[in-house]
Design a binder for this molecule. Sequence first.
Ligand code: S3P
Length: 660
Amino acid sequence: MLCVNGQFNIDCDYVGGDKSVSHRALILAAIADGDSVIRNLSLCDDVAATCECLRVLGADIRLDGATAYVRPITVPISGVTLNCRNSGTTARLLAGLVAGLGVRAKFVGDESLTSRPMERVLDPLRKMGARFNTGSGYLFESLGGKLTEITYRAKVNSAQVKSAVLLAGLFADGETTYTENIPTRNHTELMLRGAGADVSVDGLTVTVRKSTVHALNLDVPRDVSSVAFLVTLALLCDRKARFDGVLLNERRTGFIRVLQRSGADITLENVTERFGEPTGDIAVKPSRLKPSYASETDVCDAIDEVPLLCCIAAVTQGRHEFHAVDELRRKESDRVRAIQSIAVKLGATAEVSNGSLTITSEGCKAVNPHFNCFNDHRIAMCAVIMALVCGGGSVDCAPFDVSFPNFLQAVGVTPYKFALIGENVSDSRSPVLMSYLASKANLCCSYVTVSLPRDVSDERLLETINSFDGVNVTMPFKTRVAALLRADVPSVNAVGKRICPCSTDGCGIVKSLTANGIDFANKPIWIVGAGGAAEECIRVLLKYNCAIRVINRTQAHADALTEKYGLSKQIDEPYGVLSFVPECEFERNIQLPDSVGFVFVAAYKGQSGLRDKASQRVIKYVDGLEMLYHQGAESFALWTGTEVQSDYDGFLKYLADCDG
Ligand code: S3P
């Protein structure tokens, strides 16, 4: 979860080399007739995936900052696994390359990539003679096969499919011809030609013959798809901005054309050619925007920027139309659905009919919107831009490194970096809580969950902790971290660069009980559980002079705490019961004596026998979520030096908004 306030800065120097060109430069260099140098290579995860796969196939790639020195594949290595991670371009372009090299390779990827269509690329390659297996749990497996020419007409508008066929065609007998229905990005043909391969273009048809690719010496221009986020921010916040050395290939600037038509003052200046690719500057001036319209060709030329155009539409008064958007459903997420979700959060409507998307907006900006980003890097960046445009807001994930590693620096956002570390913490509500607190404090913060195995080494545990500005620690690491950091408390849940390791659990308990009007001082109490949070609760309740008995499934642990703190062995009529164990048979079997006036259950998720009993008998009940709120607010205050005025109900509303 990332929460931003309205502060930003636009800095083009953080935009790296174009991702599409970088993939292709590495691939061509890997099959070139000599050593290549590629400068300003994109350092994003997608390109790293291509780089790694090419190494697995036998290329020698050395990276020095953003400069790649590539010694080509001599004998391709067969029988390998290629991990394409999140990158469709890696999978599809390398499908063509591997078919050309005639090697066996199993292609795998992350969950998103595994669910994306690959048949579109296997179909033409099979027709050329390449053999592939498909099955579940992987993308496809190439089995080799001798390649011969084909004449192929595109079934989908995809530069990736075209590129795969062209790369395979370089190794096939005869003349391979690929004809498109509408033009898609043409970097592969431009770069192949630039590197001396036998490639010709005639209208919508590209022809390739078996030929040699010469070594490359190339400077990759800035990524126009990354610059697009900064252009949007400048336009929507009325800033003047200039971006230099950007890739301005017409097949990539549909975004700019659509905006210019709707009144944006954007000019392209100093345009020259680098390796066949137009490159130049983009100048943006404050503009009054009108409704936008994007035809099928515009959408194809802005295929990765349509979500941004739709975001702009969602805050620009009028009715905006985007045609032939179906392909967007097959990207890293269903981007049509993602756009609809963002548009609604921004207060607009977004309707799809016959593959066209219509956005209708009153031109208003939302207040502190929360966006769900479907684990999709471009959607997450759109969401951050819109949160900034709205003067603050939050996003549920931040996978920016997939395409734009320095995205946050480029928009001048420097969040506090916080995390929750535990064994199984992916479901925690702490990220939403911290985002809520940050929005209240008008601060910028990211809060992630890090699940580590119980037997993680001390070194790795400490290294993880030290990579954040502040960390909450939970089961089963609270006491271990306390010992490792030599804390002066036995159990630690809050650690930070500027604070002594401590526990805010006690504060969370006291505040949540007090907020519910429970007077627990001097009362007899049962504590259920004997872990770190239970111990912290004992420590704090002893300060309030409570008589305490520990009840635990493993009696020895209860006995140890009883002895350590001199607790009561027998309390038959407790006033309060505070449970720190998850639901289990032991927990379900605990009976509540008639004396009980309140029940507290720390586990705020899932079932609880004690909670059920409290509700049947109408006993005052305090939920662990309320404790989570107060201990989190305390941690946040320690880490940031900013205390947020207590508002648990406000948090519940925010939580509902995030979940909805
Ligand atoms: C790309 C082509 C496009 C684009 C992707 C990169 C490329 O995909 O969405 O981000 O580098 O060839 P399709 O070819 O599937 O449209």
